[in-house]
Ligand binder design. Structure first.
Ligand code: G6P
Length: 588
């Protein structure tokens, strides 16, 4: 995982490349680097840490009109300068997003030919191979073709060759890459927000296509090096949607977009109380597998309860990193649903490919349009969350939940339930406008927090717990409310915060009993419910707007997201870019 960008044109390259990198920082931020052509030679600058550290070393006025940049999430080799991109061997300078799985074998082969390596990365074999093949081929396109033939794994590459400072070359397989057109020049980039300050016109590079990008021309070649045509796309979202827009953090901005995200997603599939034809009929499937990672997996857990209950068909949920390697039992009536915000998560993509290889029908639930998972699945349904920049997902989670509930209703042919969504955006707004600082103050100094709930509420607890730990670094665990007493209750001490959730009114007596069990052992209880509460067994109470049970997960997650945000803020954490994480995990 990592972000890459390149620019060639009439304008000075460094401001464009550095600005673009800032919009790719969500893909990793262990180190950053840039290579640019000045006085007819390639200069390289690298710094450990954020783009802001690299920026201090850069003179924006440098007379350079072409360059490539990289922001790194370390996989092979520690986050040292030597392992940072760009990597240069002989005449070739390269930035890479992805992972070269057979790099050790290739490195060994190249070392036996007396080629030496400076870094511990998998990437360095790429410029080494390019340089080696170029010495034989003397043709850059043929050289790139030969090089990628040797590579196993995934890559999006930006390449500069010392014999051709008129072009940047780019190629991709398994990692995303776009080419963008500006009036004064052209870009390559891992993602659209990186170029939105300059242009909204872009081309999606297909797998194994090679792009030759000059200041006023873009040529795309297929793997047989024949010129191919391409379709120019226009990005519909505004650049503002990728900016902070007055909020302190992207996480807060994105949570505050949830009323709109809900409506956009709902209205894309439903009109006047009826499903539009944007929602296909999946009724021929008699069992469902849901596969995903992280928060998207928790969406799967919640969706499985709803689908089983409503549609009376079995749903098997598994994390993608397990699913891809385990024996799974399908039949011809199985539908495999892959849920992924980015559409690029390596394990989810591998799980999808496994199902496709087994000839099982697949459905992708994705936010990023035309991402790998979206393109490879048999069917794709998009959530309408818009660009999500904060590493911790919030609005995309809410949009995924919305869409999965709609899917369950469609499958169950219970369209009458669609009326329960009417006006929900107002209830979402109400929750967004509440203040959760008080709750956060009662939590932020603790080192352990528990979340308990039953059924769907347990799924929401898992997400609330993940949000808290990833943004505030407080250890936190979610339990099925009835299960805590089977061992883990021994961790409850006087003052340990326990957040209990109950949105299933027929279960509230059971959940409340479990809450009382921890309360009587000294826990500090925060209770979240839409039910009437008569007894005072809690320390803090959050009342959710009352709505039909089927839409409650869309509401109940909001306080948990905002509590995590407020706690992280009180603890002074790097909210949008928590340590050790990356938004799009394109490695196994
Ligand atoms: C990373 C992110 C998580 C996300 C997971 C799955 O681990 O930090 O927030 O839930 O990947 O990402 P996806 O893009 O497939 O939904």
């Amino acid at each position: 995982m990592c972000g890459i960008i390149g620019y060639i044109g009439k304008d000075k390259a460094l401001p464009r490349i550095l600005n673009g990198l800032k919009f790719l920082e969500y893909r990793g931020y262990d180190s950053a680097g840039i290579a640019y052509v000045v006085n007819n030679k390639v200069e390289i600058k690298k710094e450990i840490g954020r783009i802001s550290s690299l920026e201090k070393e850069i003179n924006y006025d440098t007379e350079t009109y072409m360059g490539i940049g990289h922001t790194r999430w370390a996989t092979h080799g520690e986050p040292f300068k030597i392992n940072s991109h760009p990597h240069q061997v002989g005449k070739f300078t390269v930035v890479h997003n992805g992972i070269i799985e057979n790099y050790a074998k290739l490195k060994n082969k190249l070392e036996n030919m007396n080629i030496t390596f400076k870094s511990d990365t998998d990437t360095e074999v790429i410029p080494a191979l390019l340089n080696y093949y170029y010495s034989k081929e003397k043709d850059i396109l043929k050289t790139i073709k030969k090089t990628i033939n040797d590579l196993e794994g995934s890559y999006a590459l930006g390449i500069i060759c010392d014999d051709d400072y008129e072009n940047i070359y780019a190629v991709r397989f398994g990692s995303p890459l776009i080419i963008a057109k500006d009036k004064n020049g052209n870009f390559i980039a891992s993602d659209v927000p990186a170029i939105l300050a300059y242009t909204n016109k872009y081309i999606l590079l297909n797998e194994l296509e090679i792009a030759k990008v000059s200041k006023n021309n873009i040529e795309v070649y297929n793997k047989d090096l024949e010129l191919v045509s391409y379709v120019e796309k226009i990005f519909e979202g505004s650049q503002e949607s990728a900016l902070l827009n007055g909020y302190d953090h992207y996480m807060l901005k994105e949570i505050n977009e949830e009323d709109k995200v809900f409506l956009d997603t709902f209205n894309y599939y439903v009109q006047n109380g009826k499903f539009k034809n944007t929602m296909p009929d999946f009724k021929k499937y008699k069992n469902i597998h849901i596969v995903a990672c992280g928060s998207a997996y928790y969406v799967g857990i919640i969706a499985s309860s709803i689908i089983e209950e409503l549609c009376n068909i079995p749903v098997y949920v598994e994390v993608a990193s397990e699913y891809r390697y385990k024996k799974v039992f399908y039949d011809k009536d199985t539908l495999v649903i892959i849920i992924s915000q980015s559409g690029e998560t390596a394990d989810s993509l591998a799980a999808l490919r496994k199902s496709c290889a087994d000839n099982i029908d697949t459905l992708a639930i994705v936010n990023v349009v035309a991402s790998s998972i979206a393109r490879e699945a048999k069917y794709v349904l998009y959530v309408k969350a818009g660009p999500e920049i904060a590493v911790a997902t919030t609005k995309a989670f809410l949009a995924q939940i919305t869409l999965l509930i709609l899917l369950a209703i469609k499958l169950a042919k219970k369209d009458a339930l669609l009326k329960e969504f009417i006006g929900l955006e107002k209830l979402i707004k109400k929750l967004l406008n509440q203040d959760y600082k008080d709750v956060a103050l009662s939590i932020y100094k603790n080192s352990n927090v528990f979340f308990i709930g039953r059924g769907i509420d347990y799924g929401i607890c898992l997400e609330g717990s993940l949000k808290l730990k990833e943004t505030s670094y407080i250890n936190s665990v979610a339990f099925q409310a009835g299960e805590l007493k089977h061992g883990s209750i021994s961790l409850i001490e006087v003052g340990t915060p326990v957040i209990g959730i109950c949105t299933k009114k027929d279960m509230s007596k059971k959940t409340i009993s479990n809450i009382k069990e921890v309360k009587s052992r000294g826990a500090y209880v925060i209770y979240i419910t839409n039910d009437t509460v008569v007894d005072k067994f809690y320390d803090k109470l959050i009342i959710l707007p009352d709505a039909h049970e089927i839409v409650m997960p869309i509401l109940s997650v909001i306080p948990l997201q905002l509590i995590a945000y407020e706690v992280a803020k009180l603890r002074g954490c790097d909210i949008d870019k928590p340590r050790n994480l990356a938004k799009s995990v394109t490695v196994e």
